[in-house]
Design a protein around this ligand. Structure first.
Ligand code: S3P
Length: 172
């Protein structure tokens, strides 16, 4: 059996639209690593969209699912975990991800974020708030926690996916 490339997980965090899913998919292809897309897995397990989970059970329920999933992922090694944008906001979550993961924060300017999320219809926190001022405000409110959680920071503005991955790998 081939040796695993990393004896830890790569955990991608950052604001909605920072590129977590895109970069995860690319890295997974490059390194033949499994990706765990947290939002997608939670939606699959609940059999409904993230927006419907928020609406039906409330945000707290969703946040608890995120924490449980992070704990479950500690069984794994050598996987890429693409977190939802709010995962790093809970101190408990940060502690859980750090247990066996290298935490990578992806960043982008609010305008870049807006361009990337404007056509998405499954981001309940941005419903009715798809404007640069709101994104800037929420990002600012979260910045400190994102930065505290990160082992590595990779900026994604004006870069190709390949350039972002190169930067990330170099910093790992
Ligand atoms: C959230 C980000 C979303 C999703 C949920 C809440 C957040 O994930 O988990 O809508 O609090 O920032 P993405 O970052 O993949 O959009």
């Amino acid at each position: 059996q081939a040796r695993k490339l990393f004896d830890y997980n790569i955990v991608l965090i950052g604001f909605m639209g920072a590129g977590k899913s895109t970069i995860s998919d690319y890295l997974s292809t490059m390194f033949a690593m499994e990706v765990v897309e947290m939002d997608q897995l939670i939606a699959e397990r609940e059999g409904m969209s993230i927006s419907d989970i928020f609406e039906t059970y409330g945000e707290e329920y969703f946040r608890n699912m995120e924490t449980n999933l992070l704990i479950e992922m500690q069984e794994k090694k050598n996987v890429i975990i693409s977190c939802g944008g709010g995962v790093a906001m809970r101190e408990r979550n940060v502690a859980e991800m750090k247990k066996n993961g290298r935490v990578v924060l992806l960043t982008a300017h609010p305008q870049t974020i807006l361009d990337r999320v404007k056509d998405s219809d499954d981001r309940p926190l941005l419903n009715g708030h798809k404007n640069v001022e709101y994104i800037e405000q929420l990002m600012e409110a979260r910045r400190e926690k994102y930065e505290a959680a990160a082992d590595i920071v990779v900026d994604t503005d004006n870069k190709t996916v390949l350039q972002i991955c190169e930067d990330l790998i170099q910093k790992l």
